[in-house]
Design a protein around this ligand. Structure first.
Ligand code: TYM
Length: 334
């Protein structure tokens, strides 16, 4: 069977970028016959960007509730918290011993942090933790631990998956065929969803639309999306329009074609925003009530996550690590 795996970092409120980049395609893929799915909360990863324990806990609850509200069925899908499968960290170490340091130097998140330091005239590595540097190795461990074939993600994660392939290949070359080589699965029309200011929607840019914002807040946020100064009647470009890209991520091909024509005909920005708001709300309104009920019952979510993690640990993670320890020479099971 085809194994599909993806994770989200619990560092803040889940947003539309997480939904269209990961949650929606992953839940859709998990419903197909012959697919085995692994969806998880990357809480070890969260510690790289936040040192606020309450925030991690709250976000874990909200993101878990989001997955469930969006249709994840924990009976069919392995649904868990990364830290409930601590074999992840042991595998991270085994992989770090075959991972090229030069490759990690080129990771986007690390390079961006170095560039920021240089722009400010600080030392290259000022304020950068070893955790940030090791981010791609931890992520490779997530993927390789369950031998995932396919990883649905937004465009920003592709480099990490290519690195996971690289580490897997080296490990296999040295120690035998233990790992499947994973591939990223990207939805082309939503590869990078823009936020309110037109940059990538991201917690770190403070430009997000929360996935389960109440209707009124959703409307207010949609109306705050940047547009240019063209007035109604003037033709508008779809290219580079965050409003259009957001619409496309929620609309059918026919609706998108109609909106493209409306832009060429000079639809006013207010009208375009109203249509975008209605489109998003139509998709999310039915899920909002479920989300609210789930978030109100943290103990139930905790039980679901624990059960998911324990099962994976016993059935897959422990046996795999036992084999790997033997393969690299840490144990002789003979
Ligand atoms: P994270 O938590 O930053 O984002 C979770 C998922 O949401 C996608 N995403 C977006 N997609 C489109 N447009 C956007 N504006 C947007 N913002 C976020 C991300 O691409 C991602 O798919 N490193 C991962 C978490 C992770 C992981 C893994 C993923 C840890 N281990 C193993 C897959 C497999 C991350 O930081 O995602």
């Amino acid at each position: 069977s085809l194994r599909v795996l993806t994770g989200i970092k619990p560092t803040g409120v889940p947003h539309l970028g997480n939904y269209v980049g990961a949650i929606r395609p992953a839940v859709a893929a998990s419903a197909a016959p012959g697919v085995e799915s692994f969806f998880f909360l990357a809480d070890y990863h969260a510690l790289i960007s936040t040192q606020d324990p309450q925030r991690v806990q709250r976000s874990t609850l909200e993101i878990a509730a989001s997955w469930l509200a969006c249709g994840l069925d924990p009976e069919r899908v392995a649904f868990y918290r990364q830290s409930d499968v601590p074999e992840t960290t042991e595998l991270t170490w085994l992989l770090s011993c075959v991972a090229g340091k030069g490759l990690l130097n080129r990771a986007h998140a690390y390079k961006a942090a170095v560039d920021r330091n240089r722009a400010e005239g600080a030392d290259d590595d000022a304020g950068i933790t070893a955790g940030l540097y090791m981010y791609p190795v931890l992520m490779a461990a997530d993927i390789l631990l369950f031998n995932a074939h396919r990883v649905p993600v937004g465009r920003d994660q592709v480099q990490h998956i290519e690195m996971a392939r690289d580490f897997a290949q080296r490990f296999n070359h040295l120690y035998g065929e233990h790992f499947t080589l994973p591939e990223a699965a990207i939805e082309e029309q939503v590869a990078t969803l823009p936020g309110l200011d037109g940059r990538k929607m991201s917690k770190s840019y403070d430009n997000v639309i929360p996935l389960f914002a109440p209707r009124e807040q959703l409307r207010r946020l949609v109306f705050s999306i940047v547009t240019d100064s063209r007035v109604p009647g003037e033709p508008k470009d779809v290219e580079g329009s965050p409003l259009f890209q957001l619409y496309q991520a929620f609309a059918s091909a026919d609706e998108t074609a109609a909106m493209r024509a409306a832009y060429a005909d000079g639809i006013g920005w207010g009208e375009a925003k109203e249509r975008l708001f209605e489109r998003i709300d139509t998709e999310l309104a039915p899920l909002r009530g479920r989300y609210d009920a789930l978030v109100a019952d943290p103990a139930a979510i905790e039980r679901v996550l624990r059960a998911g993690g324990e099962r994976l640990r016993d059935e897959q993670a422990r046996p795999l690590l036992a084999r790997l320890r033997e393969a690299v020479g840490l144990r002789d099971l003979g």
